[in-house]
Design a protein around this ligand. Structure first.
Ligand SMILES: C[S@@+](CC[C@H](N)C(=O)[O-])C[C@H]1O[C@@H](n2cnc3c(N)ncnc32)[C@H](O)[C@@H]1O
Length: 234
């Protein structure tokens, strides 16, 4: 199969697309599901950010979902903004009362709806594997971070030995697969290509780790993600 035609999906008449619809269906069970399969991205990012943020600082969570990754930062006094394309995820997050501002935005298409230098921290926990992550999103993340602010993210890196059928697309370092049942497209980025893109756009690397992000629902096999913290240069 040739995947070069794979493009971010276009919104339908309701302003959503099947990626967002899939997230909508998962939303009511997301917290139970992630607990059951031992989703560790939120706590990993929180522990890696220790000492790098302060109460009263402002964070933006890209693909905030139900708010699991933002929640520990909120408990420590940060002000939380969140974007997601799934209205149902946003509704559940809103119900938790942790966010100052939530907005429905497709991260593939939008200029981020914020002024320059508003944020101290941009989080993206378990989101980059759902985005082709073209350069505009990284450039936008840099624009809205104050100089010296941080971006903290986890992702499922490209593994050439994976038994899954990911194929190269026409973006350097990106492989993609469409789930035939749900229509959801997921992406695998190489660590090198993702970090190169970030450094090209004004970030410097602080630290990175590989860790077990969750257990496969099918066979309980450990699924390894990378977590990285980079800093916006002045
Ligand atoms: C695996 S969940 C992670 C949620 C949360 N960050 C966490 O750590 O639990 C992925 C989230 O990204 C959102 N998402 C995926 N693609 C998106 C896009 N193109 N624009 C906005 N949000 C997106 C989904 O709706 C979902 O809430």
């Amino acid at each position: 199969m040739d995947n070069r035609h794979i493009q971010p999906q276009e919104p339908n008449d309701q302003g959503t697309c099947s990626q967002a619809e899939a997230a909508d269906s998962l939303a009511p069970i997301y917290d139970d599901y992630t607990r059951k399969h031992r989703w560790r991205c939120p706590e990993k990012l929180f522990s890696m950010m220790e000492g790098l943020f302060q109460p009263g600082q402002v964070l933006l969570d890209l693909g905030i979902g139900t708010g699991q990754s933002a929640q520990p930062f909120r408990r420590e006094g940060m002000i939380v903004y969140g974007l997601d394309h799934s209205p149902k995820m946003l509704e559940i997050c809103r119900g938790k009362g942790i966010a100052f501002h939530l907005q429905q935005v497709d991260l593939n298409t939008a200029r981020l709806p914020f002024p320059d230098c508003l944020f101290d921290l941009v989080l993206a926990s378990g989101v980059f594997h759902l985005l082709p992550l073209s350069e505009p999103l990284i450039r936008e993340s840099k624009r809205i971070l104050r100089p010296g602010g941080h971006i903290a993210f986890t992702f499922d890196p490209w593994n050439p030995d994976s038994p899954e059928e990911y194929l190269p697309v026409s973006l350097a370092g990106v492989h993609a697969k469409i789930n035939r049942e749900s229509g959801v497209c997921s992406y695998r980025h190489t660590v090198d290509s993702l970090l190169a893109l970030l450094m090209k756009n004004g970030f410097r690397i602080l630290k990175g780790e590989t860790f077990i992000a969750f257990r496969s629902p099918e066979d309980q096999r450990p699924i390894r993600f990378c977590a990285w913290i980079l800093q916006a240069t002045r």
